[in-house]
Ligand binder design. Structure first.
Ligand SMILES: C[S@@+](CC[C@H](N)C(=O)[O-])C[C@H]1O[C@@H](n2cnc3c(N)ncnc32)[C@H](O)[C@@H]1O
Length: 313
């Protein structure tokens, strides 16, 4: 995935979908796919073009959902159905148990969200320190940065950003907020850079802190862990769930879930990654990990991916 702030030159750019061929390989023959993260509708469009009869597209970002609807409704009519909301909240209403035959999660944020300074995801531009995918409610990144006790802030930056110097970052934030509320992405990026220093050729020092805040603001890990069991439950036997994850915390959850769910069989022994060509064409595909699993009848024996040469794509 593009790092927050990458390409934040203000240009309106459409999100380029990641690993489309691989997604189609697993979901292209489904009849109904629930796209839990429809974004700009790139994967949804490819699925509909490939002959999937119906795509239900969920997104908690009203701007993204509007963009997907504009892109898809004209071409595909009621084969595309947009649904607004966080997937953990709305999923239960979109299809009943055993009725789906494909579920797609393309996690994280879109290029449009990252590139628009006003959304507050990026550390390179300057905008309000917001980071909510759904800007209509809930605490912002500024609320966390200004209100959390130092130790909690350090833990959050360590857990979700995997930032080894989280205590130093939290200390610098708390010192800075003693001089007044931290309200913008530029201020926060400057505070973190001041605490950690900048090294030429290395990623921006605020990258991990911004990732941590974004995950916390949007409760991304909780969203995923509550929704994977739902995905397994709506699939009929033979139905598939595909997840594209962009950082190790998410991928670890997916791997664990696919391994432990009794009614799923992993189709990918190891996660698939984008080809070199794709990474060159679309840098945000760097680091993407795709895992797929298939619903099995829990009454029948099944074999994990890679055993007896089964089911490697
Ligand atoms: C990486 S983008 C998806 C891009 C999309 N696959 C495409 O081809 O355009 C992720 C999208 O998922 C949405 N999203 C992330 N977590 C969500 C959640 N828990 N519930 C609903 N939407 C979510 C974000 O708002 C964002 O628009």
């Amino acid at each position: 995935m593009a790092e927050p702030g990458e390409g934040s030159d203000g240009a309106e750019r459409r999100h380029e979908p990641v690993m489309v061929a691989e997604v189609l390989e697993y979901l292209g023959t489904a009849r109904t796919v629930i796209d839990m993260t429809v974004g700009a509708g790139g994967h949804a469009e490819a699925l509909l073009d490939a002959g999937v009869e119906r795509v239900i597209g969920v997104d908690r970002d009203p701007d993204a959902l509007r963009m997907a609807t504009e892109r898809l409704s004209g071409r595909f009519g009621d084969r595309f159905r947009p649904v607004a909301g966080a997937f953990s909240e709305v999923a239960h209403d979109v299809v009943g148990a055993g009725e789906g035959d494909g579920v797609l999660f393309d996690l994280g944020v879109s290029s449009m969200q990252l590139d628009e300074a006003g959304r507050g995801f990026g550390y390179r531009g300057d905008g309000p320190l917001d980071m909510r995918m759904d800007p209509t409610g809930g605490p912002t990144a500024a609320d966390l940065v200004n209100d959390l006790p130092e130790e909690e802030l350090a833990d959050l930056i360590f857990r979700y950003g995997e930032e080894r110097q989280s205590r130093r970052v939290a200390r610098a934030i708390v010192r800075a907020r003693g001089r007044g509320r931290i309200e913008t992405t530029g201020e926060l990026a400057g505070i973190v850079a001041g605490a950690l220093g900048r090294r030429p050729g290395r990623a921006h020092p605020a990258r991990r802190t911004f990732q941590a805040l974004r995950i916390a603001v949007n409760r991304e890990i909780e969203e995923l862990t509550t929704s994977l069991p739902w995905a397994a439950s709506v699939l009929a036997p033979g139905g598939r769930v595909v997840v594209l994850a962009y950082h190790s915390l998410e991928d670890r959850e997916v791997k664990r879930f696919f391994r432990d769910a009794e009614d799923l069989r992993a189709l990918t022994k190891r996660p698939l990654v984008a080809s070199e060509d794709e990474v060159e064409r679309n840098p945000r595909s760097r680091g993407a990990k795709l895992r797929a699993a298939e619903k099995v009848d829990p009454g029948l024996p099944h074999f994990p991916a890679g055993s007896a040469g089964r089911n490697e794509p």
